[in-house]
Design a protein around this ligand. Sequence first.
Ligand SMILES: [Cu+2]
Length: 316
Amino acid sequence: MFSGNTSLSGGVDTAFAVIIGISLFFLIGITAVIIYFIIKYNKKKNPVASEIEGSNKLEIIWTVIPLILVLFMFWIGWHSYIPERQVPADAMKIKVTAQMWSWHFEYENGKVEDTLYVPVNRPVVLNMVSLDVIHSLYIPAFRLKEDVVPGKTENYMWFKPMVRGSFDLFCAEYCGLRHSYMGTTVEVVDQATFDKWYASGPAKIDSTVAAVPGAAGKLIVEQKGCIACHSSDGTKIVGPSYKGIFGHKTTVETNGKDREVMVDEVYLKKSILEPNADVVKGFPKGSMPDYKTQLTDEQVGQIIEYIKTLGGAAEK
Ligand SMILES: [Cu+2]
């Protein structure tokens, strides 16, 4: 409590402490009165019960005092909430993409990471979108949580970290099988470290990476979150593993009918861009997001190259 991890987390802590304090006061007070009355008015000490007519004075007191208290609790919460909605104009913008089951943080220079790096003492605004279902970005140490609702254009949160360190970041809205894998961290670093990290730019596919067959594609499936559902070692996660599929026949369901297809470049491309056209038998339809707007033809080509390196036709 009261760690002051961000410029506003103290307000949430205060509201929490005040409400807990008032609740505890009444819990203890009411319990004490009950016990006192049980003793004072038991049958031995008070054999004849007396009837008490109403008292306007009492009625007013126990209406007005709790009314003031609950309004005060509302006010103290509201008071700490309002500044959380007012994003400072100089806040650094980071675009957050939530999807089953990963987070991606995209910086203004095009850098994309699955860990949120931010400099200390500088306001940051997260503009969040969901590609599929409702997720919720939750940073307990910052006392912040905001739903990421698909289709809603304004999902945002801002904060100004005051303390350096590594803080947990979770998805707080149950979003399916691997919901619990949507955990990562916020790394609050000093400005110099941040600048150095930021200047290194987007994880580029440079000539050394490009020279290794499949390396570029491997980077893309990691960055785009495909690895949440597809393994490269034969393990079935949510979707089929990429291992050994290339050049083999597989059974898919097209328009409700089963048919055998050969896993080749054309099939793979279609599976990535229109996942629900041919649904691999034994896997649920509609679980794979459609990547039409997210991947260029070149990237799809690189992913296919990568899948080829994981074995298949060559082993036969
Ligand atoms: Cu989620």
